[in-house]
Each structure stands twice: as C-alpha cells, then as structure tokens.
Ligand binder design. Sequence first.
Ligand code: FAD
Ligand code: NAD
Length: 367
Amino acid sequence: VGRMAVKPTVLKGKSYDWFQTDCLVTIVIYTKQKDINLESIIVDHQDDSLRAETIIKDCSYLIHIGLSHEVQEDFSVRVVENVGKIEIVLKKKENASWKCLGHPLENHNSFIPRKDTDLYYRKCQLISKEDVTHDTKLFCVMLPPSTHLQVPIGHHVYLKLTVTGTEIVKPYTPVSSSLLPEFKEPVLPNNKYIYFLIKVYPAGLFTPELDHLRIGDFVSVSSPEGNFKISILQELEDLFLLAAGTGFTPMVKILNYALTSIPSLRKVKLMFFNKTEDDIIWRSQLEKLAFKDERFDVEFVLSAPTSEWTGKQGHISPALLSEFLKRSLDKSKVFICICGPTPFTEQGVKLLHDLNFSKDEIHSFTA
Ligand code: FAD
Ligand code: NAD
C-alpha cells in the first residue's frame, strides 16, 4: 500500500531509509553490525521531532528529524539481530501519504564517537519512593510513552534537577525492583519503569533535592553510559562481588543475571562492606536469596559495628579477601566486580592484583 522509499543516505557504512503504509511510517536503520539489540537504540519523540540514537560500538549514529506530519505518541521498535537492522514504526495521526519524512535537525545523520556527544535527557515522572534503610530509598521513575530506552546491566544514567535556576547532575545505577522473583514488579514488555537505590546525604547537593520530589513530579534522566559488558560473564564458574555501601547498586542486576542466565555458574559470592548493620541495603532479601539458592553466598563486613556484632569486621584487607576469594574448583573461570567509595575500590583492585588476579578477571565500577 503506497510504499514509497527514498534513496538511502550512506555515511561511513551507516544508513537509514523509510517507507509508509496508509497508517504507519517505518524508519529502517542499517547498522551492518551483528551485536545490535534493543539496548542499542534510544528513541525520543517530542512534538513533531524524532531523535533516534543508535549505539554502534563506541560511536553514536543519530537520526534527528522534524517530522513532516503528526504521529501518535507511542511507537514500536524492532531489531533484526542477525542483519543488524533496526525498525522504528510510527503511527500516523492522519491516513495521508507523506511526500517526505521531514527536515533534518541538529546533528542529523551524524556518526561520531560517543565521548564527543552531549548526553540527552528526557523528563521522567517519579512513580514511587520506598524506605530501604534509615537513609537509603528505592525510587521508581517512569519513562515517557514517547521514549524507547533500556539501560544495559552495569551501566548508569545521570539524573538532573534544576534547583533555583542551577542544574545539578549526578550519576546513578538502575537496579531491579527486588532480588527475589516473588516481589518483583511484573516487568512491562517495554521496560517503562526504572528503579534506583539512592542514599540521601543530609548535607548533599543533589540527594536532598531528589528526596523532596513528590510522587508525580519530574526528574530528567539521561541516556545510559558505562563500559561493563555482560558478555564477559559467559561460561563463568565463580563470580565474586565486592561492594561497599551504595556500591552495591551495580551488583543487583549482575547478581540477578548471573543466577538466571549463566548455566556454567557454580558460585556467586557477595562480600558487602558497610559501617553498621542499619546501613545494609536489602539484608533480609540477600539472606533469603542465599537460603533459596545454594549457589549464592553473602558475607557482611562492618567497619563500625556495635559490640553485639559477631560477623566480620574492618575495612577491605588482604586477610578478608584471600579467605573469601576461594575458587569452587582449582582452575575455575572467575570474575570479580568491585564498587564503592573511590579509596575502597582503589585499595581493593590493588589487593586483587597482589592476589594474582589478572586485569581481565576484574571489573571496577568508577566515575
Ligand atoms: P554530595 O554533595 O556529593 O555530598 C556527599 C556527602 O559528602 C555528603 O555527606 C556531604 O556532606 C559530603 N561532602 C560533600 N563535600 C564535601 C567536602 N568537601 N568535604 C567533606 N565532605 C563533603 N549513589 C547512590 O546512592 N546510588 C547509586 O546507584 C549510585 N550510582 C553511582 C554511579 C556512578 C557511576 C557514580 C560515579 C556514583 C554513583 N552514586 C550512586 C553516587 C552519586 O552519584 C552521588 O555522588 C551521591 O548521591 C551523592 O550526591 P549528593 O550531591 O547528594 O552529595
Ligand atoms: P559508606 O561511607 O557508608 O561506606 C561503606 C563502606 O565502604 C565502609 O563501611 C568501608 O568498609 C568502606 N570504606 C569507606 N571509606 C573507605 C576508605 N576510605 N577506605 C577503605 N574503605 C572505605 O559508603 P556510601 O556512603 O554508601 O558511599 C558509597 C560510594 O560508592 C559513593 O562514593 C558512591 O559514589 C560510590 N558508588 C559508585 C558507583 C560507581 O562508580 N559505579 C556506583 C554506586 C556507588
């Protein structure tokens, strides 16, 4: 029905094309890459402008168009992985034939290193806020219906608020709504909800402002960033997670993924460093998970415990690590993730090298 193709635009091998039916407009992006998935494409549609950013390795291919006709708010995104083709299907508001897709907007059809691109933000609504510890809360925000965005495991986004005319921006790592499947929110097929575990610092610049938002208020959320690759966990046998305080956040999705999607996995061990028992995020969930899944163990280490604490104490140290990092088999394939305050992570990485773990066996989450 009225299929109308324009000449494909070619730029360093990336190109796009479009065609239409009576009620749909389909934009096709040819990435010529095999490792493309729904995380590779970020689409924002606002008023009559469409912004589609395709992440190809360390580069970003941008389609940015002022559409010639009105379309409905929601759209769908499909990926044909084996040929690296992405399709964005827009719904026309009126069943008229379009003569052209629209006019180019800023940086349209550019293919540039991601480090040279500005972060793009969209406004998300605060849906819920729940106490987790005395100072840490689980925040849930909802992406607009006009956005397609999935945060890869181990990546973070930036949250932005404008406070008395000044923009404040800080990075946060999305988590799952829970560690235990029975408490998990039903995952919507289009991943509209993003959860964060965020510690509120009374004297902090950003977190008190975030905490002051009411349900229904808006916070700007950037496109994801990060260098962790989930593929590193393939065929893994032992996974060790070293987390301090909110450095636990990247571990949440890694832990869920490891226990559900790595058949070779024999053991996941989390060593979780906190000041006091009251500071431990999701302690009972972690204990329940360890009880239910024999592959998972958790060990809490406190740096400022009360006299009643009978568990491990102190800061990260050679003694704690050498006892903890025992392989389940002599030559098992291991991987270690570490995240926390900068001095914690730096000391930890140094200790891991001293214990003869190689660079390829360690991922440290840093700014
Ligand atoms: P800040 O203003 O940065 O202050 C933090 C604390 O330091 C306060 O107690 C403040 O009083 C004190 N302080 C500030 N300046 C000084 C100073 N000069 N001397 C002494 N003390 C000072 N956090 C999370 O809770 N959850 C996450 O998922 C998360 N993910 C992150 C991901 C990445 C990649 C990175 C880099 C950080 C992440 N963080 C996360 C930390 C987060 O980005 C913020 O740093 C944190 O929320 C503090 O922000 P703030 O502006 O409220 O506090
Ligand atoms: P916290 O102050 O409550 O400390 C938690 C534990 O960290 C302590 O019990 C101690 O064991 C260890 N620790 C703290 N300071 C240390 C030091 N100087 N040397 C050695 N060990 C030390 O932690 P928090 O307030 O929850 O802060 C968490 C930190 O993690 C923040 O700095 C945040 O920016 C960082 N973080 C980073 C990422 C990331 O880079 N991807 C993600 C989440 C959190």
